[in-house]
Design a protein around this ligand. Structure first.
Ligand SMILES: Nc1ncnc2c1ncn2[C@@H]1O[C@H](COP(=O)(O)OP(=O)(O)OP(=O)(O)O)[C@@H](O)[C@H]1O
Ligand SMILES: [Mg+2]
Length: 251
């Protein structure tokens, strides 16, 4: 669903697309998938939120699109960026800028990005923004001072943790992809992984990977409830991850 929304956002003529989601729920994975499957022949640029600094925004954007850039020369960079976007517009194309960890971008930079995306080339915007970030991003964009940006959001999708059936399907699909036994985990074990991970894909991966290492070391052919219990207990007693700071690891 998020993939469809993003694809729609990419093919629509203009506007801002926002994808928010909890830590480890798959935002960057989704971004990778969209960037590598660029079947639209648009120019694709990528930035991480912490890279976008308001004092040199235009250079960062040029950098994201693989264009020559020079930090510290704002007017030159703006002219180069306009030239780049005009070239795309002349070829009836556009630029899509993906910004991961967008919750780290400061307000003036967000406003600067909005202004860049607003500018028309041959009567149409030539730069589209796709912002991905933690749930805080939604709160940032909802601030009254960012009303103009908010009004340009054409689609917003919030990635949620997986539901129980989705977790089971996710684990089984990963097993099939790597040529393994789809039924390696018993139903009870799948249920426990879901509970322990709270449906967060990154946490699911860690619990399952650890359980498979345990199974391998014991020569077990199946992963049952008891083995997942051991993984959970070991993680609670000896693990590096602190459940008080990462809710996905709270039991
Ligand atoms: N739809 C999916 N299909 C396959 N794997 C997924 C999917 N979603 C998440 N994952 C897995 O979960 C892990 C975490 O995903 P990802 O890094 O994309 O999350 P994130 O939302 O960007 O996290 P963060 O907020 O920490 O940046 C990835 O390593 C990936 O293996
Ligand atoms: Mg990420």
């Amino acid at each position: 669903m998020a993939h469809t929304m993003l694809s729609y956002g990419m093919t629509s003529t203009h506007g801002v697309v926002v994808i928010s989601g909890e830590i480890g729920c798959g935002k960057t994975t989704l971004l990778e998938k969209l960037c590598t499957g660029n079947k639209y022949n648009f120019a694709i640029g990528r930035l991480e939120g912490q890279a976008g600094r308001s004092d040199d925004l235009h250079s960062w954007v040029l950098y994201a699109f693989g264009q020559p850039y020079k930090f510290g020369s704002q007017i030159e960079s703006l002219e180069a960026l306009k030239h780049f976007l005009q070239g795309l517009a002349n070829r009836k194309s556009k630029a899509i800028l993906f910004i991961d960890e967008a919750q780290l971008i400061d307000e003036p930079t967000l406003e600067g990005l909005r202004l860049l995306a607003d500018k028309l080339y041959n009567g149409k915007p030539a730069l589209q923004l796709v912002l991905l970030g933690q749930p805080e991003l939604g709160r940032i964009i909802n601030q009254p001072s960012l009303t103009q940006l908010r009004q340009r959001v054409v689609s917003h999708y919030h990635l949620k943790p997986l539901k129980p059936q989705e977790t089971y399907g996710y684990i089984q699909q990963r097993l099939v992809i790597c040529g393994g036994d789809k039924h390696l985990f018993s139903n009870e074990a799948l249920m426990m992984v879901h509970q322990a991970s709270k449906g967060v894909p990154r946490a699911i991966n860690i619990f399952c990977d650890t359980a498979m290492v345990y199974a391998f070391s014991e020569g077990a052919k199946k992963i049952d409830r008891k083995m997942i219990e051991t993984v959970i207990n070991d993680r609670a007693n000896h693990g590096l991850l602190d459940s008080s700071v990462d809710p996905a690891f709270t039991q």
